[in-house]
Each structure stands twice: as structure tokens, then as C-alpha cells.
Design a protein around this ligand. Structure first.
Ligand code: ATP
Ligand code: MG
Length: 559
């Protein structure tokens, strides 16, 4: 890897390190707890790298646990995709994949336990009434008229809720804590809701499902999680998390620690909004390379190492509000591919050039390093002949002063080959340049022409052996830094109509059998990845991962 300091502050790592040094902490256990209601995105990567990273650094375990309490929105397909993404990032969960639904029976017993202790009751208020009774930030709530039901009645009603005797919304089970608590989460929070839905793990066993709050901490406790790391929006839930641990016969007492979530500019990190883009066919599925999903980033050409490096660079703090510059993510992948991607020449906008002083049957081949600094990447063979393609952008009929590429009467070097001069410009009926006639200076292979300065070097491919391919060029999916900043506006208004451009390109022969997901630097152009779907079917399609210019590194240097 291109070396540079990558450590950013990580207060959770520091804290655990201190606990261990002081002898206050044995083996640590963390967990990554996704809800299987969508694909993972770059925000989740921050949480994955943090949780799995901590376990790795301190010789502990990290569990993968699906927080599957909402059957209506969850699917097996999401479970499979999430497992694949976590593995792809390079992490191994300890033991089997776990599910909160594995604990439904225990949670139910614990609900009965709370009822027996006089700490939970079945409520018949409608959702609207419940909202009214809850009070506000400045006013205490009002106790529900059902709050004083007897233990027997509550146990009986809960059992009947469980087997489906009541309709959805007719009753809920609530904790009996404090309707005047300043923290609204403690005003008799809901423990169970009635849902007549089939669950991907438990089938039709349950007609009631536990709430997130009643599930999460207890699942942590059952698994022996020591540090329950979550994002800041759960800070206000911590007193409730602790209330359950204090009032239930749990086998362990995990600690909840909150950190600031990742927000990236030009990027949406909300599963719900990403799902909308997918469902409305605005993008090409969950792994569209324009999406910040891990599977989209994978298809685009990101490496697991680059994502892990990015997560290390952004650090972990409690301070919220910051918007991370996506240029930093581009920097992370660029520096990985700079060191690890083989080079190739590919012309994105082919313009035919006939080299008039090269014979029809002239053929030679250059042996060129696969990577300038990596002998292990071997050599590739680049054929040369009378007809070649160069990029349209490397030619200008009326060039400005500092244009050092090809122009009428001007010279340029073909990378790894000769210096050529443009003698003639041929146009089609519409007046578009359709071909160039150039001549080769045969004295210039591997050396500079005597007495003449040729500043420009351009890439090219030999027309006879060039491989045609589709190249997909991606730009940000949104035109503004925070597409969902205004909660009342439609984030779709900020979609970038030019987020995808498809071109028919010509590549050097070494690209002909690029394996799906293999990555290259197309010299002078950028980094590209063979599409994992198309290339499997034998069609050559490359996705642009990122361009060559590193805006982030440049900004760092300027300070
Ligand atoms: P979304 O808002 O995209 O639906 P979520 O929090 O509802 O995300 P979960 O599946 O519950 O999705 O998330 C699993 C874990 O990932 C949680 O611990 C959550 O805090 C964390 N996480 C989600 N988004 C981010 C983010 N942007 N930055 C850091 N961690 C995140
Ligand atoms: Mg969540």
C-alpha cells in the first residue's frame, strides 16, 4: 500500500485497551446486528469494521446477529446478501450466524417474568390514544386505564395474544416503568405487538413480535456480549437498555457504547431510501455500481482492503454532524489499485489513425511490464501495426497553446512505441473528424527524436488486434452533497441524470480474457473493473471504479 498515516482517533478502541490494561476486562465479545430488510451500505461497513476490528485487535469474538423482529419487512434474500458482504469484507463471525428470533421463547418467558413482578401490562389503548397519553418533552404522560390489570389477567391476555386471538393493533404488552419519566423511552415502552405475519425463521409460530428495545439488549446479554456498540440515535434508549438488564434474570450485563454514524457527501445511507431506488428501477438492482451498497461497491471495483482502510481513516468518535468527503473513499481505493492493479491500454472514444508509412503487413510486438513496480505481474504483449486507435480527446484540430497531444502538423509519442506526426485530417459528411493520417518516425522507438521536443505521450491500441468492449462510466448518483437534507423534499429531485455514461471502447488484447471482478489501471484514464455478471457470460464490460486524479490527497498537501 502507498504508505501514509492511516490511524484516526477511535475512542472505543482506546477505552477497551485501557480496561484490558487495568485488568478490568477479560475476553471481549462484540456483535454486528443488522436487520435483514435491505442490503448493507458503506455506513454499515463502518460498524462492521469497528465491531469485527475490535474483536480482532483484542483477541475476542464478534457475532453476526440478525435483528429480525419485523417479519413484514424482512427476507431470506437479504440475510444471504448480508452474510456474503460481511465475508467479502474479510471478516469471520464467531460461531454460527445468530438470530434474535432464536431468543423469542426466552424473551416471552422474560415478559411473563416482568408481568409477575408487576412490571408489565397488556394495554388496549389504540396507537393514537397511546400517543396522546404519552405526553411531550415538557409534559408528563398519563397512565393508561389498563395499567393496573392483575397479574393473572395480564398473563392470560398475553398468552391469548401469542396464539392469535386478537387482531393486529388491538393490544400491546408494555413495560410498567414511569409515565412521568423525563426520557420518553421510559414512559411504559412497548414490549410486544400483535402481527399476524409469517416469519422467515420461525414461520407461523408467533402472532406477537417483540420490539427492538425489548430484544436487543437481552440478545446481547444472552450471547455474553461485553461491548454493545451502536450509533448515537440509541443514546436515549440506553436507560431502557439498562432497565431491562436490571429487571430481568439475564446471564450477563453488556454495556452499550454509542458512536457517530457515517455520513458521506453525495451519498444516501438509508436502507429505506436505497430500497426505493431499487424498487422504482431508478438503478439496476441492489448492486448497481452507483449505489453505496457493499455489493454495488464490489461490482464497481472497490476492494475489501480499500473499504477497511477508509473505515480506519475516518476514525470513531462521538461527535456527530460531520459529513465525510467521498473524495476520501476514492483516495482509499485509488491508492490500493495504484499498487495492485495491472496496467493496460484502452481507448474509450476510439478515433482511427492510419500510419501511412507503415506497410500493410508490418507487425511488431512490444513486451511491456504488467505493472511498473511489480515484477510479479509479468509482461504483456502489445502489438503494433499500420492502423491504430487513439482517443478522440487526444486530438484537437485547433489546439490551445498548452495542448501537447496530437494536432494537425504536430507530433506526439505513442506510449511504448514511436513518435508520430499528424499529416492529414479526414472528415465525414457531417463534418466530424473520422480518421487521421499520420506518419511514424522510425528512429524514435525507445529514444527521443534528435533536436525535437515531443512532450506528449498518448495511449493507443492496434486496430487489428483491439478488443471491443463496453465501458460504463459512473458519476455521483446525486448532484448535491446531502440529497436528503431537507426532510420534506423529495430526494429524487437531486438525481444526477449523468450518473451513468456507456461508451464502446477498444482495449489492448491482454484484456480479452479479463476474469470477472479483475481490476486494471487503464493508463492515463483511470481504474476499471471487469463486471462480475457480464464478464461471466462472456461479454466484455468494464465498470469505471475511479479516475486517476486524487482530489483528496491534493487537498491534504495544500493543508
Ligand atoms: P439504515 O438507516 O440504513 O436502515 P439501520 O441502522 O436501520 O440502517 P441496521 O441493519 O439496524 O440498519 O444496522 C446494523 C448496524 O449498522 C447498527 O448497529 C447500526 O447502528 C449500524 N449502522 C447503520 N448505519 C450506519 C452508519 N451510517 N454509520 C455507522 N453505523 C451504521
Ligand atoms: Mg436499525
Amino acid at each position: 500500500m502507498t504508505s501514509e498515516t492511516t490511524s484516526a482517533p477511535n475512542f472505543i478502541r482506546n477505552q477497551i485497551s485501557e480496561e484490558i490494561e487495568a485488568g478490568r476486562q477479560g475476553k471481549i465479545v462484540t456483535r454486528f446486528p443488522p436487520e435483514p430488510n435491505g442490503f448493507l451500505h458503506i455506513g454499515h461497513a463502518k460498524s462492521i469494521c469497528l465491531n469485527f476490528g475490535l474483536a480482532e485487535q483484542f483477541g475476542g469474538d464478534c457475532h453476526l446477529r440478525f435483528d429480525d423482529t419485523n417479519p413484514a419487512k424482512e427476507e431470506q434474500a437479504y440475510i444471504d446478501a448480508i452474510k456474503e458482504d460481511v465475508s467479502w469484507l474479510g471478516y469471520e463471525w464467531a460461531g454460527d450466524v445468530r438470530f434474535a428470533s432464536d431468543y423469542f421463547e426466552t424473551l416471552y418467558e422474560w415478559a411473563q417474568h416482568l408481568i409477575r413482578e408487576g412490571k408489565a401490562y397488556v394495554d388496549d389503548l389504540s396507537p393514537e390514544e397511546m400517543r396522546e397519553y404519552r405526553g411531550t418533552l415538557t409534559e408528563a404522560g398519563t397512565p393508561s386505564p389498563y395499567r393496573e390489570r392483575s397479574v393473572e389477567e395480564n398473563l392470560n391476555l398475553l398468552e391469548r395474544m401469542r396464539v392469535g386471538e386478537f387482531a393486529e393493533g388491538e393490544k400491546v404488552l408494555r413495560a410498567k416503568i414511569d409515565m412521568a419519566a423525563p426520557n420518553i423511552n421510559l414512559r411504559d415502552p412497548i414490549l410486544y405487538r400483535i402481527r399476524h405475519a409469517s416469519h422467515h425463521q420461525t414461520g407461523d409460530t408467533w402472532k406477537i413480535y417483540p420490539s427492538y428495545d425489548f430484544t436487543h439488549g437481552q440478545s446481547d446479554a444472552l450471547e455474553g456480549v461485553t461491548h454493545s456498540v451502536c450509533t448515537l440515535e440509541f443514546e436515549d434508549h440506553r436507560p431502557l437498555y439498562e432497565w431491562f438488564l436490571d429487571n430481568l434474570p439475564v446471564p450477563a450485563k453488556p454495556r452499550q457504547i454509542e458512536f457517530a454514524r457515517l455520513n458521506l457527501n453525495y451519498t444516501l445511507t438509508s436502507k429505506r431510501k436505497l430500497k426505493l431506488l431499487v424498487d422504482e428501477n431508478i438503478v439496476d438492482g441492489w448492486d448497481d455500481p452507483r449505489l453505496p451498497t457493499l455489493s454495488g461497491m464490489r461490482r464497481r471495483g472497490y476492494t475489501p482492503a480499500s473499504i477497511r482502510k477508509f473505515c480506519e481513516m475516518i476514525g470513531v468518535t462521538r461527535a456527530d454532524g460531520g459529513l465525510v468527503d467521498i473524495a476520501m473513499l476514492y483516495h482509499a481505493i485509488r491508492s490500493d489499485l495504484e499498487d495492485n492493479a495491472p496496467r493496460a491500454m484502452c481507448v474509450l472514444k476510439p478515433l482511427k489513425v492510419v500510419l501511412t508509412n507503415v506497410a500493410e503487413d508490418f507487425a511488431e510486438t512490444y513486451r511491456v511490464a504488467g505493472h511498473p513496480a511489480r515484477e510479479d505481474m509479468g509482461v504483456r504483449e502489445i502489438p503494433f501495426g499500420r492502423e491504430i486507435y487513439i482517443d478522440r480527446d487526444d486530438f484537437m484540430e485547433e489546439p490551445p497553446k498548452k495542448f501537447f497531444r496530437l494536432a494537425p502538423g504536430k507530433e506526439v509519442r505513442l506510449r511504448n512505441s514511436y513518435v508520430i506526426r499528424c499529416d492529414e485530417v479526414i472528415k465525414d459528411e457531417a463534418g466530424e473528424v473520422s480518421e487521421l493520417r499520420c506518419s511514424v518516425d522510425f528512429d524514435t522507438l525507445g529514444k527521443n527524436p534528435e533536436g525535437r521536443k515531443v512532450k506528449g505521450v498518448i495511449h493507443w491500441v492496434s486496430a487489428a488486434q483491439a478488443v471491443p468492449m463496453e465501458v460504463r462510466l459512473y458519476d455521483n448518483l446525486f448532484t448535491v452533497e446531502q440529497p436528503d437534507k431537507d426532510k420534506d423534499a423529495d430526494f429524487l429531485e437531486h438525481l444526477n441524470p449523468e450518473s451513468l455514461t456507456v461508451v464502446q471502447a477498444m482495449g489492448e488484447p491482454s484484456l480479452a480474457d479479463a476474469a470477472p471482478e479483475s481490476r486494471f489501471q487503464f493508463e492515463r484514464v483511470g481504474y476499471f473493473c471487469a463486471d462480475r455478471h457480464a464478464c461471466r457470460d462472456g461479454t466484455l464490460v468494464f465498470n469505471r471504479t475511479v479516475g486517476l486524479k486524487d482530489g483528496w490527497a491534493k487537498a491534504q498537501k495544500k493543508g
